[in-house]
Design a protein around this ligand. Sequence first.
Ligand code: 3PY
Ligand code: MG
Length: 252
Amino acid sequence: RPNSIKRALQAGQSIVNGWLAIPSSYSAEVMGHSGCDAVTVDLQHGMIGFDSALGMFQALSSTPAIPLARVPVNDGAQIMRLLDAGAYGIICPMISTPEDAARFVSACRYPPKGDRSFGPSRGMLYGGSDYYPHADDEILTIGMIETQAGLDNLDAILSVEGLDGIYIGPNDLSLALGQAPSSEPTSPVVVQAIAHICERTSAHGKIPGIFCSSGEAARMRVEQGFRMVTPGNEAGLLAAAARAAVSTIKGN
Ligand code: 3PY
Ligand code: MG
């Protein structure tokens, strides 16, 4: 199965990447049918463990959205397990050095390109019986820039072969720059860092992505040049819609 978002991104298009924090295959299925091009199962800050993620990948398989996972940490064993479970791409937090990026990419690639161990049990059910010869090309590798070191080493990180793109974590990046955490930062130092990361990533021919907290914010990021954006996670969307509905009834 071709990775349609990788093709779209390679062709210069931008994609919408939904985000899941609720450990539910039903929520995953609903988000997968929402028009998102990809949906990320967040095992870092979402309330999700491996057993829940498995059912969520199965649910996403019944939708047009490409299933991605964010791992809690740059750990090869966890990355490989999620790929075996059918993730077609990994978003890895806290990439701060080119060594971090190389280790991350290596976990997503079979030898001789990397050190991914062989056993793509559900990967083959999702990707097809020809999974193995195509996996290295189809699996998307996205490293998160959200530390001062990541910012300092940005060009070296972007030079790592096999790294497809960058996702900015605006909350952690704000903290790293001495500001309060925010998904939509307004302090000039963070605004400038975000624009810089977007510009350098595009200059290296890689995919600039960023976590956002709403559709409106994500649309502004696309206009800024980002090509992989998130309209908030499903828990946030649920909370906002529920609040709006209740306040319509109560008139406050
Ligand atoms: C951040 O804002 O730091 C993130 O990782 C977004 O999920
Ligand atoms: Mg973060």
